[in-house]
Design a binder for this molecule. Structure first.
Ligand code: FAD
Length: 540
């Protein structure tokens, strides 16, 4: 296979134009091209007011790859394609005597369970929330009526935190074994559009994700796995620093010496239980701030110039960072083009924001978190769970500021910059449901965060004209950007540093941040579990 990179074509080109460009570039006839596939497609918007073009990476096969590689040996744009296929690392014996447990069915647990099932290990999955169908109803009850179900919401339930999301599927993790490709391929097999395999910043959107997750669950079950909903793990059974199984909140026990903990970042009660059991946990940095909303057209105009609204480009995104004078980094987080700000709490009397969108990304507003990095050394010292306590305190303040009925506190950017409470909205209509309560957001977060965001917004306005416009809306608070703890694991075995058989994984354990990286981590951990089980079986 040959890889051809940086093949550039106009936005409105046809499939035939692409094929012709490949043939021209390699100087071969149509008959010699066996097939080609798009590995990646991005666009180059640096000349947004003259011409935006698509830029392709193509994998292809010809009748004589070796000759072409030889002919173009000095051309850095034409190389041998890497093998991006996934190869299973283990196969369970038919007489399997023990089954692994996977706690949590977010992207990490989903991929850990799927891989274990595909390798024949018949995992038992325990998920505290409900299945996607029931969970969707519970989540909408908060958004529509302000009624929270603490065990079934944006954070908890089948599909995990990423279910009601923008479904962005990109990550900056190093992935030399192309596990990300396996994640994407499984999503496509379960019904995701196949362009997620090649567009530069793929996304699925909420509605499609729910169907995909349900389909993957069916495969796990068809392969001999078991999935239990409303099954909250409330205890881990340990003996000589080795896990023996888990106990659910209702007292049911499951025994296994191999337990994957794919808990997500909101399982605060479970983190506390693990800490009490002396499983090694350390604090880690995360970020806090607000969500900001603008008209999507403002972002499209700034990013795409005369191509704003072009159907091939869709709604534009952005990524911003500012280093404030007080030493804090302020950056945009989880940007959702054409989406909505969502109520993302899992706890009574607390308010947290996040963002989501549908596949079409055609809502009126663009939103993103504008957040400030905080660290255990400077901001929440003294205890491994101090970051969780800080989150809880801030989320409770946000609830009160919002009027104590799950509305979110909000303020216009102009008023926030001037330090005066907002009393009326401008033209930007906030999308947060069940609604916002206008106030002064300075009371919502520590001064160093407020100062840094006040400095950053005008700086961002220089990069995206109108970003700091008076009637852009800030909604609070964004506090669950990533896990405030790490359940540290051994880098070789993937087991907890001090508890054998316990495999902390995904975002909650501090090893992922986002759907794709959580899925990748699930695959890595499934492989580690499978290989360990085979080793233990051969030794016994
Ligand atoms: P989670 O997805 O959090 O899954 C953990 C699961 O464990 C949950 O289902 C929970 O119910 C279960 N659980 C917890 N404790 C227990 C217990 N004691 N017993 C049994 N089960 C338990 N990321 C992106 O990459 N792109 C996006 O567009 C995006 N948008 C987002 C939008 C929103 C609204 C939110 C909230 C998050 C978004 N994220 C997005 C982040 C992404 O969802 C997470 O990074 C990802 O879901 C983490 O995967 P995970 O499997 O590690 O944890």
């Amino acid at each position: 296979m040959i890889r051809l990179i940086e093949l550039s074509l106009p936005l409105d080109h046809t499939d035939l134009d692409l094929k012709s460009a490949i043939l021209r570039r390699l100087n071969i006839s149509e008959d010699s091209l066996v097939y080609y596939t798009i590995f990646k497609r991005s666009y180059d918007a640096r000349k947004k007011n003259t011409e935006i073009r698509f830029v392709y990476i193509i994998d292809l096969m010809t009748e004589d790859d070796e000759r072409i590689l030889q002919d173009f040996k000095d051309d850095v744009h034409i190389t041998r394609s890497p093998d991006t296929r996934y190869y299973t690392v283990a196969k369970a014996p038919a007489n399997l005597s023990e089954r692994p447990i996977v706690v949590g069915l977010g992207p990490c647990g989903l991929f850990a369970a799927l891989l274990l099932a595909q390798m024949g290990f018949k995992p038992i999955v325990l998920e505290r929330g409900r299945d996607v169908r029931q969970r969707t109803q519970d989540t909408w009850a908060l958004w529509r009526k302000g009624e929270l179900t603490p065990e079934s919401n944006v954070q908890f339930g089948e599909g995990g935190a990423g279910l009601f999301s923008d479904g962005k599927l990109y990550s900056q993790v190093k992935d030399p074994k192309f596990y990300g490709r396996k994640v994407m391929s499984e999503f496509v097999r379960a019904g995701a559009p196949d362009n997620i395999l090649y567009v530069n910043k793929p996304h699925i959107g909420t509605f499609r994700l729910t169907g995909i997750v349900a389909k993957m669950r069916e495969e796990i079950i068809a392969l001999g796995g078991e999935i239990h909903f409303e099954a909250k793990v409330a205890d881990v059974m340990l003996e000589d620093n080795r896990v023996q199984g888990v106990q659910l909140a209702d007292g049911t026990q499951y025994f296994s010496r191999y337990v994957v903990l794919a808990l997500g970042h909101s399982a605060r009660d479970t983190f506390r239980m693990l800490h009490e059991k002396q499983v090694f946990i350390e604090p880690k940095p995360f970020a806090i701030g607000f969500r900001i909303e603008h008209p999507q057209s403002l972002i499209d105009q700034a990013r795409l110039g005369k191509y704003a609204g072009h159907p091939e480009l869709g709604a534009a995104d952005y990524k911003l960072i500012h280093h404030a004078k007080n030493g804090r980094a302020v950056y945009s987080f989880c940007m959702c083009p054409g989406g909505t700000v969502v109520a993302a709490t899992s706890e009574v009397g607390r308010v947290v924001t996040n963002g989501m969108s549908q596949y079409s990304r055609n809502e009126r507003n663009a939103n993103s978190g504008i957040v400030v990095s905080i660290s255990p050394e400077h901001d929440f010292p003294g205890h491994p769970l101090a970051g969780i306590e800080l989150q809880e305190r801030l989320e409770s303040i946000a609830y009160t500021l919002g009027g104590s009925d799950y509305k979110a506190p909000a303020q216009l950017v102009g008023d926030f910059l001037q330090g005066v409470p907002s009393t009326a909205l401008g033209t930007v209509e906030p999308s947060y449901k069940p609604g916002v309560h206008l106030c002064d957001l300075a009371a919502a977060l520590p001064d160093y965060v407020i100062d840094a965001v006040r400095e950053a917004l005008p700086a961002f306005g220089k990069k995206i004209r109108g970003f700091d416009r008076h009637d852009a809306v800030l909604t609070g608070i964004e506090s669950r950007t990533s896990s405030p703890i790490r359940i540290t694991r051994d880098s070789g075995s993937f087991e907890s540093l001090n508890t054998r058989g316990l495999y902390p994984a995904g975002e909650g354990a501090g090893y992922a941040g986002g759907i794709l990286s959580a899925g990748i981590d699930g695959i890595k951990v499934a492989e580690a579990v499978a290989l360990k089980m085979l080793r233990d079986m051969s030794e016994s």
